[in-house]
Design a protein around this ligand. Structure first.
Ligand code: UDP
Length: 478
């Protein structure tokens, strides 16, 4: 029926570009490829310059952005909250009016609400309104299997995972070294971990789980979740791999961003190392100095995104996209002058997709956040893995050991502790990836995955059809 209104779904992402981007790109696909109308609910509390400019960059008919009213931010506690605790608090407060907002939407009743990892507080409202809840797990399938296994692991003992004597063996998956868990479960963050644990232990309550991945990238974990009896027994909702979903190259560029792309235009093919640590990653003063020296000694071309150093590796999370002050102040004396022509220093934020999709970009030194990872693979760029926080250690291991697109920066000391990576080490890893045989191998593998990512997303490809089938099922349900 031509006049019937299009079916309607709603999405809700927690704050942070790493969550908003994949959910928004899913919304775009549902509208442009599957003929849905979408309400995209935005948690405005804690929003950043990056978030605001991304969501307003190109309006799409039938994609309606609805801001949730900001909660009271005067809470004294909020000031001292660490990132995950703050994130959970903002979500919890912002979704209080969810029931009346969903009820009041002036379009046909929503067929489903798709949430991300930290939004599991929606279940009661959705149950009352008979709206099925789907999760879009915005991290790797490797983390998804770990998260589904976690309640079982948690029952096995009361020690810290970082102290486990053996690697963690999720059924059907490759073992996870305990040092790769230390970013996820650091001792200093035990309360934050508990909040994360609470959210992921609710995963079995959703109707289905989307994941931003695909068979060729993560065959081990995706097979495990499908075929291992352990997961059937939990029981695990159906898992739908629909990746690689990444943002389109930035449609509107600031003056500085244009300068970055113009600089890349003048460099030879595959010659530039892009150095960026996600939307909020930061290094200590000492580590940033070593990194700068390492880059200079390597004599490779680079684009380096610099943020104010901090002892907390995630300190920029709630200020993503804001211009930092003069980055020169944080770099070794004379660094910018000495590397002029070879390197470009960018303050705080770069048009990452524009850089990764540029032919001059030859490798990406990344913190291995999942979106950065998927973007890099999607554009066929090999990775130097420098995990900083959250599940990035698991991603780094996956990319280097299982997928074969990354070389890890050796950053763990003999006692399993994180060490400051010295300039000589950085120089040699950068050279190996930019001009060594190992680098060529990684690049070849990244190009293979680039082709496979393109294929899976096109009509007839697995990710495309998977999403199409779920969309059809929503369409049929009354
Ligand atoms: N990003 C960007 N410019 C920057 C740094 C990050 O556009 O200078 C984007 C990047 O393209 C990615 C997101 O921010 O889409 C970061 O997400 P990711 O999951 O990699 O890491 P997180 O920030 O969540 O740790």
């Amino acid at each position: 029926n031509e006049c019937a209104p299009k079916p309607h779904v709603a999405l809700l992402a927690s704050p942070g570009m790493g969550h908003i981007t994949p959910l928004y790109e899913l919304a775009v696909r549902l509208v442009t490829q599957h003929n849905f109308q979408v309400t995209f609910l935005v948690i405005t509390a804690g929003s950043t310059v990056a978030q605001d400019s991304y969501l307003t960059a190109y309006p799409i008919p039938d994609l309606h952005i609805v801001d949730l009213p900001p909660p009271d931010m005067s809470n004294e506690l909020l000031k001292n909250m660490k990132t995950v605790a703050r994130l959970c608090y903002l979500v919890e407060q912002s979704i209080r009016p969810l029931r009346s907002i969903l009820n009041g939407l002036k379009r046909p009743k929503v067929k489903a609400l798709i949430i991300d990892m930290f939004c599991t507080g929606v279940f009661e409202a959705c149950k009352d309104l008979s709206i099925p809840v789907y999760s879009f797990f915005t991290a790797s399938a490797a983390l998804l299997t770990f998260a589904l296994y976690l309640p079982t692991l948690d029952c096995k003992g009361d020690g810290e995972y970082v102290d486990l004597p053996e690697p963690v063996k999720v059924p059907g998956c490759n073992p996870i070294q305990t040092q790769d868990l230390m970013y996820l479960v650091p001792k200093s963050m035990i309360n934050e971990y508990q909040q994360w644990f609470m959210h992921v232990s609710r995963l079995p309550m959703v109707t289905g789980i989307f994941v931003n991945s695909w068979e060729d990238l993560e065959s081990v974990s995706l097979n495990a979740v499908k075929h291992e009896p352990f997961f059937a027994n939990i029981p695990t909702p159906r898992v739908y791999p629909i990746g690689p979903l990444t943002k389109q190259a930035e449609p509107v560029l600031s003056k500085y961003e244009k300068e970055t792309i113009a600089w890349l235009d003048k460099q030879p093919k595959d010659s530039v190392l892009f150095v960026a640590l996600g939307s909020g990653g930061t290094l200590t003063n000492e580590q940033l100095t070593e990194l700068a020296w390492g880059l200079e000694l390597s004599q490779q071309r680079f684009v380096l995104v610099v943020r104010k150093p901090s002892d907390c590796a995630i300190s920029g999370y709630f200020s993503a996209g804001r211009d930092a002050d003069d980055p020169k102040a944080y770099l070794p004396d004379g660094f910018v002058e000495r590397t002029k022509g070879v390197g470009l220093v960018v303050s705080s934020w770069a048009p990452q997709v524009g850089v990764l999709s540029h032919p001059s970009t030859g490798a990406f030194l990344s913190h291995c956040g999942w979106n950065s990872t998927v973007e890099s693979v999607k554009y066929g760029v090999p990775i130097i893995a420098w995990p900083l926080y959250a599940e990035q250690g698991i991603n780094a291991a996956l990319l280097s050991n299982e997928v074969g697109v990354a070389m890890r920066m050796p950053m763990v000391g003999e006692g399993g502790e994180t060490v400051v990576v010295q300039r000589k080490k950085i120089e040699s890893v950068v050279k190996a990836v930019m001009e060594g045989e190992e680098g060529k191998k990684l690049r070849r593998r990244a190009k293979e995955l680039q082709a496979s990512g393109r294929e899976t997303l096109s009509r007839g490809g697995s990710s495309y059809e998977t999403l199409a089938r779920v969309a059809e099922s929503w369409n049929i349900e009354t």
